[in-house]
Design a protein around this ligand. Sequence first.
Ligand SMILES: [Zn+2]
Length: 117
Amino acid sequence: MSTVQIKKDLLRQILGNAASMHPREMLLLLRGKKNKDQITITDLLVPPLAVHGRGFTGFQAHMLPMDFSLVGTVHSHPSGALEPSLVDLHHSFGRIIMIVAFPYQNENNVAVFSHSK
Ligand SMILES: [Zn+2]
């Protein structure tokens, strides 16, 4: 099990971004530091060529710069579901899948899943 840390104001920024994109999904890249099983999220990045739409958010992984500080992605679920979809799990990038769900109020609307690759 890894633990994931994120600063409150960074989380607020993510929730605000998700709210402003609603009812479309948003997707951001997470940069951070890995230290053994501890991941600390430090920055957000807008992915190149992000595609936003209802029920679909994606980007082209091969367009990404080689950046080993990328630890995962965060995307929104306008449906309010905190569970990752099968598509999320199969098309994830990096170690962390963070999901923020409608109504994007606070940490109760946030879920983080990590997997080892
Ligand atoms: Zn999803």
